[in-house]
Ligand binder design. Structure first.
Ligand code: OSB
Ligand code: MG
Length: 370
């Protein structure tokens, strides 16, 4: 693979509906789109999932721009890359900054698949031609609004409902949801809102037959999660705590979780995601694809990775129309009967809408060796 140039665009998109979790509310999303132009004339695309504030992890759009332009892109332009697996290896001397690394690494994977004239899903070893879709429901103004929202999502066909919880927005909400929807596949995501002092309280969630509780404790913890898992019937799923396959190995060894949420940005890209996927598969730990309110390019990468065999639980991969009035790709991602088709066109299988991306651009820079 030979790289001609790399283009970064910081864009801003309005969310159709605000999204509230235990840590804050998102009204719009500003993020970086990466285009890697190959000497082949083909382009690979990636998207960084970081937002403006460092509230889910330590990265932001600003730190991503800095790390990409000062470190990752110069390294990449000087390197000779034959296979995308080499990119994460190349970036190893740069500590953490997983979202920044992933955006570039995913673009290289897309370019690689396009140059091979195969779909990204196929390049990654995917085995499914369609994926099951779940939806993440933010904290609402009232419990009644929550029930209405869920009813409309079930109507749209979503196969799994995830609700965001926090202390004071948990037991009564889940009780009400179960009263209305006794049969749905239901889970809860706490985004680190509890501590071990909450064990008796969290045990009350066991009666709701949740598929899992996601990241109940601190974002950097795997020890206390193991202690909590011993006291809960409900499976714990880790999100924020897992950045590498080594993290996953340790969490599995300790019994800190029974399920892992995989986000390409959080673990530095597709190669590491595959590694964690394979490790989990070998240990009987199911995985699913988390979402970070992605635009169409990030969403396309999520769809491709979800085609792998151990993604056995529906992910947070809702279609474009769930988030945006207009997405940045053609065609937009659509869901039919709770499924999204895995594209078989080369690479991510969706065409970035160049004009629209340009309209949304706040800041742009092109990098090349000469
Ligand atoms: O993209 C989606 O639909 C789900 C979004 C989501 O749950 C989320 C969004 C931003 C930050 C963290 C999380 C999370 O999964 O914890
Ligand atoms: Mg989560």
């Amino acid at each position: 693979m030979e790289i001609q140039s790399i283009n970064l665009s910081q864009i801003k998109m309005e969310l159709l509906h605000p999204f509230t979790t235990s840590v804050g509310t998102e009204y719009d999303k500003s993020f970086i789109v990466v285009e890697v132009l190959g000497k082949s004339g083909l382009s690979g695309w990636g998207e960084s999932v970081s937002i403006i504030e460092p509230i889910y992890n330590e990265e932001t759009v600003g730190t991503n721009w800095h790390i990409m332009s000062e470190f990752l892109i110069p390294m990449l332009l000087k390197a000779s890359i034959k296979h995308p697996d080499q990119v994460s290896e190349l970036f190893t001397p740069i500590r953490r900054n997983y979202n920044a690394k992933a955006a570039i690494e995913c673009a290289i994977w897309d370019l690689y698949a396009k140059e091979k004239n195969i779909s990204l899903a196929k390049a990654l070893g995917g085995v499914k031609d369609k994926i099951e879709v779940g939806v993440s429901v933010g904290i609402q103004k009232s419990a009644e609004a929550m029930v209405e929202q869920i009813a409309s999502y079930i109507n749209e066909g979503y196969k799994r409902i995830k609700v965001k919880i926090k202390p004071e927005w948990d037991v009564h909400i889940l009780k009400l949801i179960r009263k209305h929807f006794p049969e749905i596949q239901l889970m809860a995501d706490a985004n680190c809102a509890y501590t071990l002092a909450d064990i008796p309280h969290l045990q009350k969630l066991d009666e709701f037959d949740l598929t899992m509780i996601e990241q109940p404790l601190a974002s950097d913890d795997i020890i206390d999660h193991a202690k909590l898992q011993e006291k809960l019937k409900t499976s714990i799923c880790l999100d924020e705590s897992i950045h590498t396959s080594e993290d996953a190995r340790k969490a599995i060894e300790l019994g800190s979780c029974k399920i892992i949420n995989l986000k390409l940005g959080r673990v530095g890209g597709l190669t590491e995601t595959k590694k964690i996927h394979d490790l989990c598969e070998a240990h009987g730990i199911p995985v699913w694809c988390g979402g970070m309110l992605e635009g169409g390019i990030g969403r396309a990468h999520n769809i491709a990775i979800t085609s792998l065999s151990n993604f056995t639980i529906p992910g947070d991969t809702a279609p474009s129309s769930h988030y945006w009035k207009q997405d940045i790709i053609f065609p937009e991602v659509v869901m039919v009967d709770g499924y999204i088709k895995v594209p078989d066109a080369p690479g991510i299988g969706f065409e970035p809408n160049h004009d629209y991306i340009e309209q949304l651009t706040l800041k742009q820079k092109t990098f090349s060796l000469n």
